[in-house]
Design a protein. Structure first.
Length: 502
């Protein structure tokens, strides 16, 4: 007997959230730090002739320039402005003439740069490259898809100050999925991490001290000494960290002179490749251009402003606006070429207006986020004491501002704030909390600061063990477990008691 299969069709109503092109543009601009935002605006100015820099009626005079130099500079700026207007007009004419041809792509205004590319790079960066900038330069030289580039940059932003990655890859993948809507497996993230570990300086992106040392040794030329170094770190790492040189010498069957050479080379390895990179570029951390400027007055008044840097004010090109008005006046009697010109003009004006709106939305979002951080961390901005920072996560700021969690995450990436107490990355103000068995919520940052202070003031002849550190923290009101003490100590880059002894 034949069996009849019945397929059942069901109607299901689901609510899906689709991101518009404008929302995508805003989210991209929000994530850019000041330097990259200025470059993004210049790119948009070159690509869209309907977008122009708004002329400023009040140019502030520079203190260092003489009156004669000011006059020459004004003349040069007037000439450049006139030249730019002429080039934009020519570009518009050429674009209108080409409308209706078989070419799919319309001609794009590329601008008239008169400076040498190398000179421009030196002018923009000079000695103000940060640790993050140096790694980003190497990312730019690596062939990657847009998705992989975004993930790799996110991994770089997750590095600690010493250049090591202590955040588990599984956590990074989860953050990317939740906050940035990027689904990536741990194995895919591992492939990108391996790419990062090929960057300079050697050891960057390592997840442990052992991996950091091995990455540096692997960069060396093949030799018997290299093989001995690899063997020490791979097979006798515990003895190496505890400085049991005699046991290592015995196991490797080395003479005293051979052991001396091996120790000399092992001691040249750098456990903090990120810190070494910072020394190479000088005082890079102090020379980072801040995105926010927060000023604290003597009476405790706090004010905040966005650093606009070299970002110009944007407006719609008057020539495009006039052309649009002219073509729309007699819309019914337009020829085919004029209708195509009207369509092209409208597209460029709409794109320019959308970009202007996105820049303004970025400004409002950054301002709202920074104001919320100041409000929640007001004691720190008043006193400058790191221990006054309260536990604060992205979700707290999102609830305070009413913004999406992913938006707060994007704002926090690669942004810096200049305060009376120094310049800090925005991530500096975020920290988790530690909840004791009694339900008391403690700031992990405050616990770490106290732990560092205890270790710095301990007797160097008799450094405190993790058990002793746990007891000392408990006496100061931080009842945490010994394994938590060890975890925080490692995150601070502080060795065990045996290696702290002097």
């Amino acid at each position: 007997m034949a069996q009849i299969q019945i397929q059942e069709q069901k109607q299901e109503q689901r609510q899906l959230q689709a991101i518009s092109a404008q929302q995508l543009l805003v989210s991209q601009l929000v994530e850019l730090p000041l330097q990259q935002m200025a470059e993004r605006i210049e790119t948009e100015l070159h690509d869209n002739p309907a977008l122009e820099k708004k002329a400023s009626g009040e140019e502030p005079a520079t203190d260092w320039a003489s009156p004669a130099a000011d006059g020459e500079q004004d003349a040069a700026e007037d000439y450049d402005a006139q030249r730019e207007r002429e080039e934009r007009s020519d570009a518009l004419d050429a674009a209108l003439q080409n409308i209706g041809r078989d070419d799919e792509d319309l001609p794009v205004y590329q601008g008239g740069q008169t400076w040498d590319d190398n000179q421009q790079e030196q002018t923009e960066f000079g000695q103000e490259r940060s640790f993050y900038d140096l790694l980003m330069e190497q990312v730019g030289e690596t062939e990657l898809t847009e998705r992989d580039r975004y993930v790799l940059e996110y991994i770089i932003q997750s590095l600690d100050d010493d250049g090591l990655l202590r955040t588990p890859l599984a956590d990074i993948c989860e953050q990317l999925a939740i906050y940035h809507h990027i689904d990536i497996s741990t194995s895919e993230a591992m492939v990108l991490l391996k790419r990062l570990q090929q960057f300079d300086p050697p050891g960057i992106g390592a997840r442990t001290l052992k991996e950091c040392l091995l990455l540096q040794i692997e960069r060396r030329k093949d030799s018997p000494l290299k093989q001995q170094m690899l063997r020490v770190v791979n097979s006798y790492f515990n003895e190496f960290t505890k400085k049991h040189w005699g046991r290592i010498q015995q196991q490797l069957q080395l003479s005293d002179s051979q052991m001396d050479i091996l120790l000399t080379e092992l001691r040249r390895l750098n456990p903090k490749p990120g810190a070494a990179m910072g020394e190479t570029v000088g005082r890079s951390l102090q020379q980072i251009t801040p995105d926010f400027i927060v000023e604290t007055q003597e009476d405790g008044t706090i004010s905040m402003s966005l650093n606009s840097g070299e970002m110009p004010t944007l407006e719609i090109s008057q020539s495009f606006a006039d052309l649009m008005k002219e073509l729309q006046t007699d819309n019914e009697n337009l020829s085919r070429q004029q209708k195509e010109a009207l369509l092209y003009t409208k597209q460029k004006i709409d794109a320019a207006q959308n970009f202007i709106d996105a820049v303004e939305q970025r400004r409002r979002t950054l301002t709202k986020t920074m104001k919320a951080i100041i409000q929640m961390q007001k004691p720190f901005f008043e006193e400058g004491d790191e221990e006054l920072l309260r536990p604060m996560i992205l979700k707290d700021v999102a609830q305070q501002t009413g913004l999406d969690l992913s938006t707060i995450s994007r704002v926090s990436n690669s942004k810096y704030v200049q305060t009376r107490w120094g310049t800090f990355p925005l991530k500096f103000f975020f920290s988790d909390s530690y909840v004791t068995q009694n339900g008391e919520e403690l700031s992990t940052r405050k616990i770490k600061a106290t732990l560092r202070n205890i270790i710095e003031n301990e007797d160097k002849q008799k450094p405190l063990s993790d058990d002793a550190l746990r007891d000392a923290l408990a006496q100061q009101g931080f009842p945490i477990a010994r394994r938590t003490v060890a975890k925080y100590r490692e995150q601070l880059g502080l060795p065990v008691a045996r290696l702290r002894k002097s």
